[in-house]
Design a protein around this ligand. Structure first.
Ligand SMILES: [Zn+2]
Length: 628
């Protein structure tokens, strides 16, 4: 089957094609039809729900040669130029990629000029919450005294980060997660019109896993289509999304109901051996149990989306457990999910949780005594029991830590202020936990188990040589180039970092997608990116050889200056990568002097960085691109 870029091809061209956002399209169409066009709109909502598409439709509606009209023609020059992104009157600014400093400056300069060929100049600022405070202030001034014939459309996935002063000057529209049913219907429309053979179950699964985002659903479908031999089947979707699958989940649930610990462990072993992700397994168990619980209590209520929709399966799973056992089971699994975010031993976390559940159902819960009091007591006891077991597990993991593998602290994009400890005992490894639906087969491999194959080394070289065709790729390359090739397997490509920051940044969907897409083009197969943080090993130093200069904290400016010239253009993106942490994150090399090590506790955090600091810092960091 030929590759079809479905997401671009099926971008909605008019308000009537917007899926699941009728409340938005209706109000805006009416406003245009009655000539009441606002000068600033704020679109908020989850990713992939149609915010930028709506902004473009609005721009076309205002500038269509046959308009202003709620139904732009899509054939006149203005419409065509907006569709292909070449219109001089529609400016798109991506605040996420460079925090908008230059663009907002330019915006301030150009906003007063009249539109080139249309009636309105439309500024679309995507991910507006990422703007620096300086850029926000500049924008605010423009919003306070909007020039005539200018319309701003601000789009954000994180409304709470948009200053109230900005929000209050915009008409706000909240985009909703699109229901799985609506997504499925749209997918069906797309495959039928494109002559793609796809099973209903496959589309339902894609829709369900897209979690309300149509764009994600179309991207998944795209992947499926490019890999499908004849038709898109449920199994293929499951494979591509790395899902564990109903049969395996049911096998575990049945074993849990039978209190058959041996079978539970065997099932987990089989699933992990297939390269499935432990977190994904727990996520699916939770979803299936929730569906069974809801079904047992209320059947299949209207408007409630259940993970499992097959009534025969629901009936079976619901009958496996007494009603009062669902809550303690779900609690144990949720605790396991929390633990999976940081543990380096996902298998232990999953097995412990499931064994706890086995014991719950045999000892803690007397079958069929559903009085409120029992239930409360039971779940409380279960909770306590689980906490005890958790503590024991923790102790066990500490022991493991003294061996080859230690446990890394919880890290997440928001809190990863802690510098990567160097020179402390063993290798610290954190492996990607995976995005929703993201399989991390290969997770659980520890350092050294990754093979540095010739093919891998070659791929790494070609990756660094080739990446950087556009602004987005440049930013990704700047990030990638700070890591080292960690090894590869049939399905995975591992990059290792000393900096938790860069690792976190690369793991985010936008960078990950670009990188995985590029790897696929280079290698001709799907490779999942695995990002690890830990010590990057170097050849051992000869005794008596001159000691390396101890690593010290570099300033953001030095880091940028060290980049190759072609990457400096991407400096603004680098600001984003380093973020407000630029001052406190040591850029270290392996084998640094131990004395220089920063404390790894919270005392290591410097004073909080204010918005002013940040604006200044990002301005300081700006280095104009070199003249050729
Ligand atoms: Zn038109």
């Amino acid at each position: 089957m030929a590759y079809v870029a479905l997401y671009r091809k099926w971008r909605p061209k008019g308000f009537s094609e917007l899926v699941g956002q009728e409340h938005v399209s209706r109000t805006i169409s009416q406003a245009i039809a009655s000539g009441r066009v606002g000068h600033a709109y704020l679109f908020s909502g989850p990713r992939g729900t149609g915010k930028t598409s709506t902004a473009k439709i609005l721009a076309k509606a205002l500038n269509c040669e046959k308009g202003p009209t709620a139904e732009p023609c899509n054939t006149c020059e203005s419409c065509r130029r907006i569709n292909d992104g070449s219109s001089m009157d529609v400016m798109e600014i991506d605040a996420a990629s460079n925090r908008g400093i230059d663009e907002i400056r330019e915006l301030r300069e150009t906003v007063k000029f009249a539109p080139t060929m249309g009636r309105y100049k439309v500024y679309i600022i995507d991910e507006v919450h990422m703007l620096t405070s300086e850029a926000f202030n500049a924008l605010l001034k423009t919003l306070e005294e909007p020039p005539p014939q200018v319309v701003f459309v601000l789009a954000t996935t994180e409304l709470q980060k948009v200053p109230a002063t900005i929000q209050s000057r915009c008409q706000r529209y909240d985009f909703k997660r699109i229901s799985a049913k609506d997504i499925e219907a749209r997918l069906r429309e797309v495959v039928d019109a494109s002559g793609i053979a796809a099973d209903d179950e496959a589309l339902a699964l894609v829709a369900r896993e897209a979690d309300g985002g149509l764009r994600d659903a179309l991207s998944t479908l795209d992947q499926c289509v490019s890999l499908a031999e004849e038709r898109v089947t449920e199994e293929l979707v499951r494979e591509i999304l790395g899902l564990v699958g109903r049969e395996s989940v049911l096998r575990i649930l049945r074993a849990l109901a039978e209190k058959d610990a041996k079978e539970v462990l065997a099932a987990v072993g089989d699933i992990l051996a297939e390269g499935k992700d432990a977190k994904q397994l727990v996520t699916e168990l939770v979803a299936e149990l929730r569906a069974a619980m809801v079904y047992q209590a209320a059947g299949q209520p209207e408007g409630v989306e259940l993970y499992e929709t097959d009534e025969v399966v629901l009936k079976e799973t619901a009958s496996l457990f007494p009603s009062e056992s669902f809550l303690p089971m779900l609690r144990a699994l949720h605790d396991a999910l929390a633990e999976l975010r940081w543990t380096t031993e996902p298998r232990i976390a999953v097995e412990t949780a499931l064994l706890v559940i086995c014991r719950l159902s045999s000892e803690e819960i007397p079958p069929a005594q559903p009085t409120g009091a029992t239930m409360q007591r039971d779940s409380k006891d279960a909770g306590e029991k689980f906490r005890t077991l958790s503590a024991r597990l923790e102790a066990l993991e500490k022991k493991i830590a003294s061996g080859a593998v230690s446990v890394s602290p919880p890290t997440s994009a928001g809190t990863a202020r802690q510098p990567a400890a160097r020179g402390t005992a063993p290798t610290r490894i954190r492996t990607t936990a995976g995005r929703p639906g993201g399989p991390v087969s290969g997770a659980g491999l520890s350092a050294g188990q990754w093979e540095k194959t010739k093919e891998g080394e070659e791929l790494w070289r070609r990756l660094l040589d080739g990446l950087g065709a556009d602004q987005e790729q440049k930013a990704v390359r700047a990030c990638v180039a700070s890591g080292v090739f960690g090894g590869m397997t049939d399905q995975c490509f591992c990059i290792r970092f000393t900096s938790a920051f860069l690792a976190n940044r690369l793991e985010k969907d936008d960078y990950r997608n670009i990188l995985e897409g590029y790897l696929e083009r280079l290698s001709g197969r799907t490779l999942r990116l695995i990002v690890e943080t830990g010590e990057i090993s170097e050849p051992p130093r000869k005794p008596g050889a001159k000691r390396k200069e101890p690593a010290r904290e570099k300033t953001a400016r030095e880091v940028v200056a060290a980049l190759p010239p072609e990457d400096r253009e991407a400096v603004a993106q680098v600001v984003e990568i380093f973020g407000a942490e630029a001052k406190v994150l040591p850029v270290a090399t392996a084998g640094e002097n131990k004395k220089e090590e920063r404390p790894s506790t919270s005392e290591g955090e410097g004073p909080p960085i204010t918005d002013e600091d940040f604006a200044r810092l990002t301005d300081e960091m700006y280095i104009p691109p070199e003249e050729p």
